[in-house]
Design a binder for this molecule. Structure first.
Ligand SMILES: NC(=O)c1ccc[n+]([C@@H]2O[C@H](COP(=O)([O-])OP(=O)(O)OC[C@H]3O[C@@H](n4cnc5c(N)ncnc54)[C@H](OP(=O)(O)O)[C@@H]3O)[C@@H](O)[C@H]2O)c1
Length: 279
């Protein structure tokens, strides 16, 4: 098995590549800018920009399995080139947004569905990983926490199911390695539903100082966020928070069922990332 891991600078890809390498698989890491990668010794880095189909043939040459990020713009060309190259299995990093209520109008769900659908209709066996919210989304609070010790949120009691990226990578490794796990859809979550307030409380505990959460108007948060994120996505995030305010998120045991290890807790993630929240 020769595995191409796309999106090489991404959090999940950066965790998956060393796992595959340590297990002895022939792995190649691809990025839109491979000069920025620092792969383990002996792992080749190639250019594959999922927005530029001209980069697909060389990256896919000799590859039998792919870990794919969800970029819909040229997915048909990617599938065609992968089929020509002899790829037999693609593992897609999708999103649980595709199976959430209100999915028809959600742009995050739409983007992932636009990759899922052609993949599952293609002759290549496809495995869909559908994680909920990444624990690392909490890093968006690091600047506010380090500079002011407080975080502005429109819905502090909105729940998410924070999943550690290492668990997504562990599931990806398992489904790449075991043919019996392929061709399925996996809804991946962390072990518990936690409000934003509870996640910030965990961070306060690991950095050893109290943190304040300020409940702000949706419009205030929207204005701050649209400096960094397209307005359509901010609205989708706001809609999610509104509908999950005080409403626990459904969690699954899929990580443990697939990997044989319980999913890592948010507290573990916070301990590992404490430095990001300290001055
Ligand atoms: N965040 C969530 O809560 C969540 C929930 C469900 C699903 N997802 C899925 O997971 C994906 C994000 O995964 P991730 O966190 O592993 O990726 P990430 O860190 O957000 O990066 C996404 C991709 O952006 C590219 N990139 C461009 N410039 C970069 C830079 N300066 N630093 C890092 N990456 C850069 C990378 O690909 P190149 O190296 O090829 O440029 C990378 O794989 C989302 O796109 C979504 O499909 C996310």
């Amino acid at each position: 098995m020769t595995v191409l891991v796309t999106g090489g600078r991404g959090l999940v890809a950066r965790t998956l590549v060393p796992l595959l390498h340590e297990e002895g698989y022939d792995v190649r890491v691809a990025s839109s800018d491979p000069t920025k990668l620092t792969p383990p010794g002996g792992v080749p880095a190639v250019r594959c920009d999922l927005g530029d189909p001209d980069t697909f043939p060389a990256a896919l040459s000799g590859v039998t399995s792919v870990f794919l990020y969800a970029e819909p713009s040229h997915i048909d060309a990617f599938i065609e080139r992968a089929t020509e190259a002899g790829v037999r299995h693609i593992v897609l990093l999708s999103s649980s947004s595709v199976i959430s209520p209100g999915t028809a109008t959600n742009p995050i769900a739409r983007m992932h569905r636009e990759v899922e659908q052609p993949l599952t209709a293609s002759p290549i066996e496809s495995t869909l990983l559908r994680p909920g919210a990444f624990a690392s989304n909490a890093l968006q609070w690091s600047r506010a926490i380090t500079s002011t010790g407080s975080v502005d949120l429109p819905h502090p009691n909105a729940h998410t199911d924070p999943i550690h990226e290492a668990d997504i990578a562990a599931v990806a490794l398992a489904v790449l390695a075991d043919p019996a796990l392929r061709g399925k859809e996996y809804h991946l979550t962390g072990p518990e539903s936690l409000t934003f307030q509870e996640q910030i409380d965990h961070i306060a505990q690991v950095i050893g100082r109290p943190l304040t959460v300020n409940a702000v108007a949706e419009e205030t948060w929207r204005r701050e966020m649209t400096e960094y994120v397209p307005g359509e996505l901010v609205d989708a995030l706001l809609g999610w928070q509104r509908s999950h305010d005080g409403v626990p998120t459904e969690t699954t045991e899929t990580v443990e069922q697939v990997t044989g290890r319980p999913a890592r807790t948010f507290a573990t993630w916070a301990e590992e990332h404490a430095a990001a929240f300290k001055n």
